[in-house]
Design a protein around this ligand. Structure first.
Ligand SMILES: [Zn+2]
Ligand SMILES: [Zn+2]
Length: 297
């Protein structure tokens, strides 16, 4: 069945009942003009290939989603291999990004060498580039998870593959075990042999932050979004993920609030300061508009 764009009634149903929430949060969850409709998929786009029914707030909340608690409350990033300055996203930026988006304590673990003795590796049969087997990394992360970890996310500039029959994979996760690994290698225009331009690093930082937030949200049992053009939309190629906004729609924001329980004004303020310091100016303007709306000014 081809994808159809949900109508307002379906969207309101997916957002769920907001009547018991604070007034600012109720305002934040109204499906207004600041949220763009999900675009109709072009051939090759995620929803032209995948049939996704969507996950309403009620479905999410009723399925015992993973949530941080007093015992498992830290989001860990584990760098795998080198993050050379000038051709990698800054690890501190990734940390600040996760802190702002998930309102949780984020710690960077000591970096682990991408060694053949530790992980299965190969040269890609077509391109010849070095690759690491994701399943080995996931079991390593599981073994090395600190006791207070809500999740441990391996981040790397090395290329990954999920099995011999595959060319490559951007990342792989085992959300039930709270581990995942994501490569930013292919978000660098230089990976494809294009020259590194002045704004390549900005693009790499921006793409890496977006993928980090999208993938981390899956750790909270938040599935792909079909209700708006949203950071949680599935993506099948780089142009599609580049087009995704950097924010969550009201359906996904309601889910994240259920998971981490923030004050929405504080949340958007924190995101605003992060976006401004990261140079995500368009996003900072969007957040400032949302804050005005939520505060009723
Ligand atoms: Zn996803
Ligand atoms: Zn959404």
């Amino acid at each position: 069945m081809p994808f159809h764009i949900p109508d307002r009634k379906e969207i309101v149903r997916a957002i769920g009942n907001t009547s018991g929430l604070t007034l600012p949060l109720q305002r934040a969850l109204v499906p207004g003009d600041d949220f763009d409709p999900i675009p109709l998929p072009h051939p090759g786009d995620w929803l032209s290939i995948q049939q996704e029914p969507g996950q309403s707030f009620d479905e999410f909340a009723g399925a015992n989603p993973r949530r941080p608690d007093n015992r498992k409350r830290v989001l860990y990033l584990m760098p795998l291999g080198e993050f050379p300055e000038g051709s990698s996203p800054r690890l501190m930026l990734l940390k600040e990004c996760a802190e702002a988006y998930f309102m949780m304590e984020v710690k960077i673990l000591p970096s682990v060498k991408a060694e053949r003795s530790r992980f299965t590796t190969r040269s890609n049969p077509v391109t010849g580039n070095f690759q690491i087997l994701t399943l080995d990394v996931l079991s390593y992360l599981k073994k090395r998870s600190p006791a207070d970890a809500f999740c441990v996310l391996g981040v790397t500039m090395e290329d990954l593959y999920p099995g011999e029959d595959w060319n490559f994979v951007f990342g792989q996760a085992s959300p039930g075990s709270g581990v995942g690994v994501f490569s930013f290698a292919r978000y660098d225009p230089a990976f494809y042999g294009n020259g590194r331009e002045r704004d390549s690093l900005e693009l790499l930082n921006e793409r890496s932050c977006k993928v980090l937030v999208h993938e981390t949200a899956h750790m909270f049992s938040i599935s792909h979004c079909i209700y708006f053009h949203c950071l949680m939309n599935g993506s099948n190629h780089l142009a599609e993920s580049d087009a995704r906004p950097k924010h969550l729609c009201p359906v996904c924001l309601h889910k994240l609030h259920h998971a981490v329980g923030f004050d929405v004004v504080h949340y958007y303020q924190k995101l605003f300061y992060f976006s401004r310091s990261a140079g995500f100016d368009k996003e900072a303007r969007w957040l400032s508009r949302r804050l005005e709306h939520i505060l009723g000014s």
